[in-house]
Design a protein around this ligand. Structure first.
Ligand code: SF4
Length: 356
């Protein structure tokens, strides 16, 4: 239990700092719950400066929840291209359809209802309810966890359910009665700009006189680190197959990783196989045709959350056979200058840029 006087003073100091130091962001100029929701989903795993142009493009393409609900999925994915984690974009569209059908186009304003929307977890729900609807609901993201852990010397990193519970309870206790949306944003802002993971700027921190870790000089011990999982490495070959001035692309299946995105054909290199042998085999198995590999275009290294991929890309020519693609939804021959109209996974983006 945080002593009431300490809590009050801490709230005042943080809000005064936020009024002075907050950064300008387009979503901070509105209290429209739809726009707050879009910004919060885009900001998951993505930095503010990356999100701003995406947010602006999105708002002009889909200014209302209805316009998003009625949008074509490939247009939504195209606008999301480059932000990664495409399930976020698919969930936004599905959730918008639910809001239109079940909530009369109004984003729900209770925790119970808003959390029925796909992609809206407790953090996003807290952000929308406190910022747009001024409700007294906490938020807890990586930044807030770090601040709370340091502020109260909590040996919690949120890795277990019980640790999460303690952090959520603390985030709730620390909330003021008024300006909860600003207070939540102030915590996130402090975590993003001052209370940084490895070098907290305690000298500039409005909470330095209340922060137990700072007073003990052991900020570096909080929060305790989580054991790191090693991400898997995979090697893949992909072919840019040309035929009469056009390039072959295919749309991934509806389920699984990177569902619905477009890609160049290819696949995982088997043990003992060269990248070229892999490509010829994959094209034979998946497209039912023979190709001639002409030259290597590039090697791309890209990290996804679950794995790191090395992609060997080759320019190819169709030798013989009629394409019967079996592992995709549909396929097309497209002019190279039209490739950029299709949503591709992040690792394919460099190939598209080099061909367009
Ligand atoms: Fe973080 Fe330092 Fe502020 Fe404590 S005083 S909240 S460790 S920046």
């Amino acid at each position: 239990m945080i002593p009431a006087k300490k809590n009050k003073n801490l709230q005042i100091s943080l809000l005064e700092w936020y009024d002075r130091a907050k950064r300008e962001m387009p979503w901070r100029k509105t209290r429209d719950p739809y726009l707050i929701w879009i910004s919060e989903i885009m900001l998951q795993q993505t930095q503010v400066k990356t999100v701003i142009p995406y947010f602006e493009r999105w708002v002009s393409a889909f200014p209302t929840v209805r316009s998003l609900a009625e949008a074509d999925e490939s247009r939504v994915l195209k606008l999301w291209e480059g932000l990664g984690y495409y399930s976020r974009a698919r969930n936004l569209r599905k959730a918008a359809q639910l809001v239109v059908d079940q909530f009369d186009c109004k984003i729900p304003n209770t925790l119970k209802e808003i959390m029925t929307l796909p992609g809206v977890g407790r953090y996003t729900a807290g952000a929308i309810l406190s910022i747009a609807y001024k409700k007294k609901v906490p938020v807890l993201d990586g930044n807030v966890k770090r601040i709370l852990s340091r502020l109260f010397r909590l040996a919690e990193n949120g890795a277990s359910t019980s640790s999460q519970k303690i952090l959520w309870k603390t985030a709730e206790e620390i909330l003021p009665e008024e300006r909860t949306g600003d207070f939540n944003q102030a915590l996130m802002e402090l975590g993003a700009t001052v209370c940084l993971p490895s070098k907290p700027g305690c000298l500039f921190c409005p909470l330095q006189t209340y922060c137990e870790a700072k007073l003990n000089g052991d900020q570096h011990l909080y929060p305790p680190s989580k054991p790191k999982a090693l991400s898997k490495k995979i090697e893949v070959s992909a072919g840019v197959i040309w035929r009469g001035g056009k390039i072959y692309i295919q749309q991934r299946l509806k389920d699984g990783l990177m569902a619905d995105l477009w890609e160049f054909p290819g696949g995982k290199i088997e043990p003992g196989e060269s990248p070229e042998e892999c490509l010829a085999r994959e094209i034979r198995e998946e497209l039912g045709v023979e190709i001639q590999i002409q030259n290597k275009l590039m090697t791309i290294k890209h990290s996804y959350t679950q794995f790191r991929v090395t992609l060997h890309v080759y320019k190819c020519r169709l030798l013989k056979g009629k394409i019967k693609a079996v592992s995709c939804q549909q396929w097309k021959w497209v002019d190279s200058n039209l490739l950029s109209q299709f949503p591709f996974p992040a690792a394919n983006k460099r190939i598209v840029d080099s061909l367009s």
